[in-house]
Write a protein of this length. Structure first.
Length: 236
């Protein structure tokens, strides 16, 4: 895939406020975020990079007209999150004992709030362009679901229409395994959910993944992550 095509594309068409982007984040605590990344770069750098990732994802969504809903973990971290990100975000606790339950509950909550289409992403996508989210929302005008596969066999994005939302899609998935994407596709088929597949993108989970970031030293994309890596002497 030529990922640069998304960065060269014209700014995405502004969508209505009936579209919501749901982002999952964790309270930034040393040793508790990006633990796989920390094995390569250390806990301090992993924490700093995680903060950069979150800020870049938030900036990307804020540059659009989509509604933004941020779901945080753990549930008792609201004050820490607000001290970090400020008071101008719609913040909600993640609820559920598994990732699947948390995603199901967040999407159900978003549709209950009145949104017609919602896409959910994580915070490990600092270089994700808004054009991919734009594509997701456009596909949701034709399909009941949208999904973006990642290189590790999981997915970086899942979206539904309010009418097509099928919570059973999240049942029985071995989260964190290389089977997540394929089993989710099987779930779409089993439950007769029409879906569209987006381009492959890479979550940044390990030190090796950092080498695949689509960063712009000119400061047009992933500004926080780019600036941090430049300060560490990383060359592009």
């Amino acid at each position: 895939m030529d990922t640069d095509q998304y960065h060269r594309a014209q700014p995405c068409v502004k969508m209505t406020k009936n579209n919501a982007v749901v982002i999952f984040i964790r309270s930034p605590q040393k040793g508790r975020v990006k633990t796989r990344l920390a094995k390569g770069v250390g806990d301090t750098a992993a924490l700093a990079l995680y903060r950069c990732f979150v800020m870049d994802v938030l900036d990307m969504v804020r540059s659009t007209s989509w509604a933004l809903r941020v779901y945080y973990y753990p549930e008792n971290a609201i004050h820490h999150i607000r001290d970090w990100l400020g008071d101008d975000l719609d913040l909600f606790p993640q609820k559920g004992s598994t990732l699947g339950e948390k995603m199901e509950n967040a999407l159900a909550d978003t549709f209950t709030a009145g949104y017609e289409r919602a896409v959910l992403i994580g915070s490990d996508l600092p270089d994700l362009p808004s054009q991919i989210l734009d594509t997701a929302f456009k596909t949701l005008e034709q399909c009941s679901a949208a999904i973006g596969p990642s290189h590790d066999g999981g997915y970086y994005l899942i979206g539904f229409t309010a009418k097509g939302f099928t919570p059973r899609i999240f049942d029985g998935i071995p989260w964190g395994s290389s089977q997540v994407f394929d089993l989710t596709l099987n779930g779409f088929k089993d439950h007769h959910v029409s879906h569209c597949t987006l381009p492959v993108w890479r979550d940044i989970d390990t030190q090796k993944d950092l080498g695949f970031l689509n960063l712009d030293p000119a400061g047009k994309t992933a500004v926080h992550t780019t600036n941090y890596l430049l300060k560490q002497g990383v060359k592009f």
